[in-house]
Ligand binder design. Structure first.
Ligand code: GDP
Length: 441
């Protein structure tokens, strides 16, 4: 799965990471290697052109991303663009059965894995707690209908077929009517395929679609067929109108060209991928995960962590400045608590204050206490957070009620805050005179 691209992209990424600076020549070389890799992986030519042009335009108009080197910034932009051509950040969705049954019609050529996928999809939806049925409208190959029912039986899902009926439209009407009586959330409709596209098949599919008004029409594409599958999908899309693609046999495809072409060429998402012959070998298609696989998961995670660290460091610096200037308000205290609960960069902040870092090793963080303090500060008005001295008896009562705590708790937070401020003032004096006075436990 994507081995070819992963190998080529890894070498480009390696070069970018090691580059001392990124000038136009370095960028052009990297983009040329990516272009070759994509074309070798059988990605549609127009998609490749757009991909390269978009990256170049973004790199030229982009400042360095905080926390990343020039090479890493380019890698991040390549990663973003890869997600983009794979379909964007959003995870795939399947139409909800708002007016059950939602009918999912599977279309495609013979041998692409339609019937197997119908079974896989039934198992997937059943595992999500839906009542699912499967039905076949294939009047030409009774064996296909039998294959579907055998699969359905293996996962204990009802199967609707009628081997006697030889008219596809009448058959569709009948099996769907039978299935509807059973109160399913989803019905998966496996349609007939041919070895090649023909007008009769397209007409049949159009009529079936008109009759059953499916919630989804999914084109089942064999990844191993490369660009040919995209051309065929375009024909189906023009004739029937597709809502998405299921890409099968991705396990046997080292190139992955279709996965990178579908969204741009057809304008519809890939919703699932088949990754093996077994009935459980079906995965939702997550563009970001696929992009990570292509670019190297470890590499991307490191980038994202670096960017996050840069953001945290910025915040920590601002906070340390406030501490040093003793401007620390209850708003800041709340922000602090949020940061601690998210990632725990309190140590980072304290490390930036001269003399304190090494003394804090044994401090324990009590999660429940933080939740309580945050709730109390949340119940204050912005004015109270900036000027705590205005918090009188009736305000304390209101804050305690709003935060589900007691006046005693509110007093405690205010006292702790005052002590922190006092300590900060002392620290400011001491750091100015060069020493640090406290012995922490
Ligand atoms: P249909 O004619 O489109 O209904 O295709 P079938 O469902 O009969 O599948 C054709 C062949 O492809 C069968 O041997 C399946 O086991 C195989 N197949 C389907 N999906 C996958 C997949 O995701 N990976 C692999 N390796 N084989 C698959």
């Amino acid at each position: 799965m994507f081995e070819l691209l992963t190998e080529k992209f890894s070498s480009v990424i390696d070069k970018l990471r090691k580059a001392k600076k990124i000038d136009e020549k370095t960028l052009d070389e990297a983009l040329k290697d990516i272009r070759t890799a994509l074309l070798e992986a059988d990605v549609n030519v127009d998609v490749v052109k757009k991909f390269i042009a978009d990256i170049k335009q973004k790199v030229l108009g982009q400042e360095l991303i905080k926390g990343l080197s020039a090479g890493e910034t380019v890698i991040k932009l390549i990663y973003d663009e890869t997600i983009n051509i794979l379909g964007g950040e959003e995870p795939p969705t399947l139409a909800k059965p708002d007016k059950p049954p939602a009918i999912i019609m599977l279309v495609g050529l013979q041998g692409t894995g339609k019937t197997t996928t119908a079974g896989k999809l039934a198992k997937y939806l059943k595992s999500k707690g839906y009542r699912v049925g499967v039905a076949s409208t294939d009047v030409r190959r009774p064996a296909a209908a039998k294959q579907l029912c055998t699969l359905a039986q293996s996962i204990d899902v009802p199967c609707f077929v009628d081997e006697q009926e030889k008219d596809a439209l009448k058959l569709t009407e009948k099996v769907i009517e039978d299935a509807k009586k059973q109160g399913f959330s989803y019905i998966i409709l496996d349609t007939a395929g041919r070895l090649h596209i023909d007008q009769e098949l397209m007409e049949e599919l159009k009529q079936i679609k008109e009759k059953v008004k499916p919630a989804e029409v999914l084109y089942v594409a064999d990844a191993m067929q490369g660009q040919e599958a995209i051309t065929t999908a375009e024909e189906f899309h023009k004739a029937v109108g597709l809502t998405g693609v299921i890409l099968t046999k991705l396990d046997g495809d080292a190139k992955g060209g279709i996965a990178l072409s579908v969204r741009q060429v057809l304008g519809i998402p890939i919703k699932f991928v088949g990754t093996g012959e077994k009935i459980e070998d079906l995965d939702l298609f997550y563009p970001d995960r696929i992009a990570q696989r292509i670019l190297g998961l470890g590499d991307i995670q490191t980038l994202i962590e670096k960017m996050q660290a840069a953001i945290d460091e910025d915040k920590a610096k601002q906070m340390a400045e406030k501490v040093m200037n003793a401007e620390f308000t209850l708003e800041d205290l709340r922000e602090q608590i949020r940061m601690i609960r998210n990632l725990g960069p309190m140590e980072q902040i304290l490390k930036m204050i001269p003399g304190i870092g090494s003394q804090l090793k044994n401090i324990k963080v009590d999660e429940k206490q933080f939740i309580k303090i945050e709730a109390i500060i949340n119940s204050m008005t912005p004015e109270e957070r900036m000027k705590p001295h205005i918090i009188n008896g009736s305000r304390k009562r209101r804050i305690a009620k709003g935060s589900g705590t007691t006046i005693l708790d509110v007093n405690k937070v205010l006292k702790q805050y005052e002590e922190m401020k006092k300590m900060m003032k002392k620290m400011k004096k001491m750091t100015k005179s060069g020493g640090f006075p406290f012995r922490l436990p």
